[in-house]
Design a protein around this ligand. Structure first.
Ligand code: EPZ
Length: 416
């Protein structure tokens, strides 16, 4: 049952609610370590990456309770600093606990989080930047240990923009001695959400949403109740699914202001978008018109996490085009699987050239990572005939229940 069966070739018609953001929840949950007491996090998605983060927090001494999407984290008893290898290995986002743990307990021991199929995902810049804040880092074969008496504010001039490094430095800086400047800082909505959470708890942060963040260390932060915004990548996933299959769907809670580049691209490709106070109505009565080129980049450019989904939209459009991936070195992994469905795609270095065949047929295809897996499901909705997408567990890392959500949108889809 680790697969999904889709009966494709049918238009969508229905509505679904967009879940809370995975990439906002994870750093906010890590940030609770900085706050003695109980934080309440609303709209936390019920996905396996959040499950692993909560298990990690418990392994560090936190008391975690969950009522649906409301998560309570009490950190009074945090003492541990030895991260359990199995959880670190399962979820590379554990690296974002580094900054918070150094601020809270002053030492961390953990295995290297490792890469994944989309790239090597090194952590060199994380460790180098924390060294600038007075952290002593000992690197070994399979992991490292880090310790510091009290983190010192520093000015960081980063060689490139990194979401994870920006998050780790924010978490290390809010209780540090003195002022920290991060430049260029990532400006993704998830970073803004993390800063808003910390400000609500008493942190002093300037430049939120810009590429230069200034953080003045404070003595203490205070417990808060905070709501996670809707997930822009999940909203973009179901938007792309409707563009592939055709039809009319209402995506409740769509965070339209976090996804301007995606909405602009969808509009240029023929999707009719109507915004209501509680969501977005998507109407796709004709095939997508395709687009000549698509280049991923740091926010607010087109997000790398939706690159695979829009590759499928381009494959269905029947118009030639190319996609350039500028963030990760190996994020065209779904191309061989899409070729099994009849797609005409050629990869050369960091560009994928999509041909104009415009028709897909059902096949058995294999998910190898989270967003590529979701893209194969979207392709199966457009394909004539039945498809099976295996390795569903990758998709469950970031989507609460993709089968239920797409069934609510009118798809003929089931666990297999
Ligand atoms: C975050 O990953 C997201 N993950 C990714 O989403 C997202 O694709 C990525 O940001 C870019 O937006 C979470 O938020 C949990 P980076 P992160 O550091 O922080 C290189 C998903 O599907 N780099 O901005 O790991 C790195 O290899 C996931 O939800 C170094 O070289 O991304 C990459 O090429 C996938 N050394 C580039 O920087 C370092 O020390 C940007 O990565 C750190 C990063």
């Amino acid at each position: 049952m680790d697969a999904i069966r889709i009966y494709g070739g049918k238009c969508l018609d229905g509505q679904t609610r967009i879940q809370g953001s995975k990439n906002a929840s994870l750093p906010v949950l890590a940030a609770t370590l900085l706050i003695k007491g109980t934080c309440e996090i609303e709209n936390c998605p019920e996905i396996s990456d959040v499950y692993h983060m909560l298990r990690l927090l418990e392994s560090l001494g936190c008391k975690v309770t969950r009522e649906g999407t409301l998560v309570r984290v009490n950190t009074e008893q945090v003492s541990e600093c030895d991260m359990p290898a199995d959880s670190v290995g399962v979820m590379r986002s554990s690296i974002m606990l580094l900054g918070a743990l150094l601020a809270r307990v002053g030492s961390v021991k953990m295995d290297y989080p490792g890469g994944c199929v989309i790239g090597a995902r090194p952590i060199n810049l994380h460790l180098q930047s924390l060294r600038n804040m007075g952290v002593a880092v000992e690197e070994g074969e399979g992991g490292f240990s880090a310790c510091v008496n009290r983190l010192k504010g520093a000015s960081h001039r980063l060689p490139f923009i990194s979401v994870g490094v920006t998050e780790n430095l924010i978490l290390a800086a809010v209780l540090a001695e003195g002022t920290t400047v991060i430049e260029p800082a990532a400006g993704e909505p998830e970073i803004q959400t993390l800063c808003e959470f910390l400000q609500q708890a008493g942190a002093k942060i300037e430049g939120i949403g810009s590429d230069r963040l200034t953080i003045h260390g404070v003595e203490r932060l205070f417990p808060v109740r905070f709501r996670i915004p809707a997930d822009r990548i999940v909203a973009g996933t179901y938007l792309a699914a409707c563009m592939c299959a055709g039809g009319r769907v209402f995506l409740q809670d769509t965070p339209r202001h976090h996804m301007e580049s995606v909405l602009a691209c969808a509009g240029q490709m023929g999707a009719k978008l109507k915004f209501e106070p509680d969501g977005m109505l998507v109407t796709c009565r004709t095939k997508p018109t395709g687009c000549e080129s698509l280049v991923t980049g740091c926010y607010p450019a087109f997000p790398t996490d939706l690159q695979s989904l829009f590759m499928v939209v381009m494959s269905v459009s029947g118009r030639q085009g190319w996609i350039e991936e500028t963030v990760f070195e190996n994020r065209f992994r779904i191309v061989p699987e899409l070729r099994k469905m009849g797609a005409d795609i050629t990869v050369y270095k960091n560009r994928a050239y999509v041909g104009g065949r415009g028709r897909l047929h059902g096949a058995v295809v294999q998910a190898e990572e989270l967003r590529g897996g979701a893209a194969l499901v979207a392709a199966s909705l457009a394909a004539e005939g039945t498809s099976i997408v295996t390795n569903r567990h990758y998709i469950d890392r970031g989507y609460e229940d993709i089968v239920l959500s797409l069934r609510e949108l009118g798809a003929e889809i089931e666990l297999a």
